[in-house]
Design a binder for this molecule. Sequence first.
Ligand code: NAP
Length: 183
Amino acid sequence: MEGSTLSSTNHATEYEPCGKKLFLPFMIRMIAACARDRVMGAGGTLPWKIKKDWDYFLETTRDGALVMGRRCYEDFTGYAGTRPLVVLSRDPQTTFRHAQKASSLRDGLNVAEKMAENIWICGGAEIYQEAMPIARELYLTQIDAHYEGDVRFPPWEPYFTREISRQETIADGHKISFLILGK
Ligand SMILES: NC(=O)c1ccc[n+]([C@@H]2O[C@H](COP(=O)([O-])OP(=O)(O)OC[C@H]3O[C@@H](n4cnc5c(N)ncnc54)[C@H](OP(=O)(O)O)[C@@H]3O)[C@@H](O)[C@H]2O)c1
């Protein structure tokens, strides 16, 4: 993919949860899609069905391990067997049939690191927010359309200030921009 740094060998990331600096020796990326007003979710699922964007998500993350929240997993279960998956939940009783479970982002990253070289943070909102300072890149699909929704992608602009690449297309009558953003 043009502009992609997926083959980068410099994977180290500094992570500072609770003021304690940690060194994570692997590459972390975030991938998300949002419409106008940063809307990204509605009623536990995506507000749209845009095949081009879904195909892009599946293809981009194909060789990586995914880290996602429990609600995302419930929507993603149909694909869960297709790639290594870590699901975050604070509920000690919960288990996931096709995924490893972790009770914090930090634990989830440590589990994911053993599964694949590339780690993809896939949301939802709280997990994206926590991962903003530690993710090296953001793969963001911007859909230039209005959708009703109840979950918004957190503001990314203070963290990802560098545009690495941009591909634009039209899908379902909307302008779609596939951005790769860096720091
Ligand atoms: N457009 C996109 O790119 C995109 C991407 C992702 C999601 N979405 C949409 O967003 C919605 C889901 O996102 P969401 O924000 O509502 O929920 P979510 O993050 O998928 O799930 C929330 C749950 O994850 C667990 N969790 C979250 N942060 C955690 C942490 N730091 N440590 C441990 N557990 C943690 C908790 O589970 P427990 O309650 O079990 O403790 C929490 O209740 C859906 O509508 C989905 O379609 C869209």
